[in-house]
Design a protein around this ligand. Structure first.
Ligand SMILES: [Zn+2]
Ligand SMILES: [Zn+2]
Ligand SMILES: [Zn+2]
Length: 318
């Protein structure tokens, strides 16, 4: 996604930022997190100024030969991470980041209550080469009538592993990584940052809970210590990643909406056992990796073991 509004790409810093004063701009505020001292809000969710999906209407899913067609019904929100223009997820306070994580969990939970919604994605594109849309610290949320393809592959793989082993594949990965200690970047409370085996891009990093849970939003609102530990780990991990490159994609993978499990396809019946929420960070390195993306076969010139050594040694603040 790329923005076409030069005011928000950072190329015209003299123009006012519409997110710095969210109430003055013609933004449709959806939700705000409670105030931090001295600011009107800590994190704030607004309807995307040019939404890809709109909440009104019916999806009107229909066949067109072998293809599926539907209207782009859903929701598209911008999560303003911080009222300050220069406080990002890597240099804000853990308290501020925790407020953002709470709002994210609340928004995902709320959007999942709409029975038309099948999946809610939270993502952040930062930097020119990652398709950053706004210069203000923001993430985005889309709620869709379908499960995005990459998540669907992962959900299916998790379910298949569970069917044959009766275990969660992510829990197995975490156990092995902690035992081998070859690719673990850092642990913070119940949360772990690691460079996954067979990365898609150099310095790919995941953040996962060490305990089993399929739903970020449920854990995010109920689990003591989640927000503050995850905030610290996210902040420190992004500092490490940014020691290699400024630009990155960040995406949260959480469970799909289980309101309408498909009986025929047997979807999401074991979702609470077979899926495990996590955050994926995909740095965009300037020297493009030879990546055979058209076949979905990936080659990374930097191994996870080399990446983790370099990221561990990165100088980080606090
Ligand atoms: Zn701003
Ligand atoms: Zn698990
Ligand atoms: Zn994932």
């Amino acid at each position: 996604m790329t923005g076409d509004d030069p005011a928000d790409t950072g190329s015209r810093p003299d123009l006012p930022c519409r997110f710095c004063d969210a109430s003055a701009a013609s933004l449709q505020v959806v939700a705000k997190s409670p105030n931090s001292p001295g600011t009107p809000w800590s994190a704030c969710s607004v309807v995307h100024p040019k939404p890809l999906y709109r909440i009104e209407g019916e999806p009107d899913r229909r066949g067109d030969g072998i293809y599926d067609r539907m209207h782009s019904v859903g929701a598209h929100e911008v999560l303003i991470e911080n009222p300050n223009h220069d406080r990002h997820l890597w240099n804000a306070s853990d308290d501020e980041i925790a407020h953002f994580l709470r709002l994210a969990a609340e928004r995902i939970l709320d959007l999942k209550r709409d029975p038309r919604i099948k999946y809610v994605s939270l993502f952040k594109d930062y930097g020119k080469n990652a398709g950053q849309e706004f210069s203000h610290p923001t993430s985005q949320i889309t709620a869709t009538m379908f499960v995005p393809r990459r998540v669907l592959y992962e959900l299916r793989a998790g379910r298949e592993f569970f069917v044959s082993k009766e275990r969660c594949v992510f829990c197995d990965i975490i156990q092995q990584e902690e035992r081998q200690a070859l690719r673990v970047l850092e642990a913070r409370g119940d949360y772990l940052a690691l460079c996954p085996y067979a990365p898609r891009v150099p310095y790919e990093t995941w953040i996962l809970p060490r305990y089993h849970d399929s739903s970020f939003e449920r854990a995010g609102l109920n689990r003591p210590g989640l927000r503050i530990n995850l905030a610290a780990l996210l902040r420190r991990t992004l500092q490490r990643v940014r020691s290699t490159t400024e630009d990155f994609h960040l995406v949260l993978h959480t469970s799909p909406s289980a309101i309408h499990p498909s009986k025929n396809l047997g979807y999401w019946r074991t979702i609470d056992d077979d899926y495990h929420w996590h955050i994926e960070i995909l740095p965009v390195v300037s020297s493009k990796a030879k990546s055979y993306t058209f076949k979905e076969v990936y080659y990374s010139p930097v191994s996870s073991e080399t990446a983790v050594k370099q990221l561990r040694e990165a100088k980080i603040a606090g």
